[in-house]
Design a protein around this ligand. Structure first.
Ligand SMILES: Cc1cc2nc3c(=O)[nH]c(=O)nc-3n(C[C@H](O)[C@H](O)[C@H](O)COP(=O)(O)OP(=O)(O)OC[C@H]3O[C@@H](n4cnc5c(N)ncnc54)[C@H](O)[C@@H]3O)c2cc1C
Length: 293
């Protein structure tokens, strides 16, 4: 298990020189402190972060704002910010390099000087899920970002959201940003009924929860395909497990959704760590082909 709150480095670890960037500028990293942890449901944990450096967090208009959390092995004693290029050059074994995990920023509260991240707890496997499950006030989390590319278009006829619990933070943030007059359909796949959260959706946005027990990858596509779509053209935001997204992509293609109206990607892939999954996405065979323009 790696941690995001490392102690001081032992002498055996090569010193990190912030000036050494291996030819590519490292993205700035920010370390914040866990203020509290909230159990939102059996499979969802909210970690609220704050601390002295909160004001360094750059806010964005994107409702799918995400950060790249960096996890380092605690036994190596590396100190953030982690200079990955320098660590690589120093000869640190590939298996010992810090690794990143991508997470949506669910809320930013500039008054309380806190931001929150909702983590799916998906068992003992992985780094981020188990870290969040065990997070305690005073722990620290180091990340770069935010990135993000989507925000609801007020000119869209209506909005279509589809995703699993990993995309729920981004879908909920988008729903929060909708005008109260907005129209839409939201389809959210969750493992169990008590995973469902109350979303503050406008009256014209119908939220449908799909409880699949965690294994039915075609369920989202079936629900979106068989639903009665609203009149006009939707702006679509669909993210979640990779195979579920591939099935959805076909539905959107059949419905004539244009690429410019569609935000769709895999947020994770069953049976693969994020490192493996991200590597696959860079190979032609791993990319989800977009629908046509
Ligand atoms: C832009 C973006 C935003 C994201 N936002 C969020 C977010 O806000 N909240 C969130 O929880 N996730 C989010 N994700 C997904 C998250 O990055 C992955 O789920 C990640 O793999 C989790 O890392 P891990 O260390 O827990 O598991 P890993 O070490 O990556 O994987 C270990 C095992 O767990 C499985 N696994 C990974 N994620 C899940 C899951 N959600 N459900 C079931 N099994 C899983 C893998 O298939 C693998 O077998 C986002 C991804 C992207 C690209």
């Amino acid at each position: 298990m790696m941690t995001a709150a490392p102690p001081s480095p032992p002498e055996s670890v090569p010193a990190q020189d912030p000036a050494r960037r291996g030819g590519r500028p490292a993205r700035p990293q920010l370390t914040l402190t866990v203020v509290r942890r909230e159990q939102l449901g059996p499979h969802l944990v909210r970690v609220v972060l704050g601390g002295d450096r909160f004001d360094e967090f750059a806010t964005t208009e994107a409702t799918d704002a995400y950060v790249k959390i960096v996890f380092a092995k605690p036994e190596l004693g590396l100190v953030p910010p982690y200079d990955l290029a320098a660590l690589r050059e120093s000869g640190l074994a590939a298996a010992d390099l810090p690794v990143t995990r991508t997470y949506t920023v669910r809320t930013v509260d500039p008054v309380a000087r806190e931001l929150s991240i909702d983590f799916v707890v998906h068992g003992d496997e992985g780094l981020a899920g188990p870290w969040a499950n065990a997070a305690q006030p005073g722990d620290t989390l180091t990340f770069s970002g935010p990135g993000g590319a989507y925000a609801p278009d007020p000119a869209a006829d209506w909005h279509l959201f589809a995703g699993d619990l990993s995309a729920l933070p981004a879908i909920a943030a988008a729903i929060d940003a909708l005008p109260r007059t907005a129209l839409g359909l939201a389809f959210i796949e969750a493992t169990a009924e008590n995973d469902a959260l109350v979303l503050d959706a406008p009256a014209g946005v119908t939220v449908q929860w799909l409880f699949t027990g965690g294994g039915h990858r075609a369920r989202l596509a079936e629900a979106v395909s068989s639903a009665e779509w609203l009149p006009g053209r939707p702006q679509v935001f669909a993210h979640g497990e990779r195979d579920a997204m591939k099935a959805l992509r076909d539905v959107f293609a059949q419905r004539g959704v244009l690429r410019s109206e569609l935000s769709l990607s895999g947020y994770w892939a069953a049976g693969r760590t994020e490192d493996r999954f991200q590597a696959e996405k860079r190979e032609p065979i791993g990319a989800i082909e977009p629908v046509s323009d």
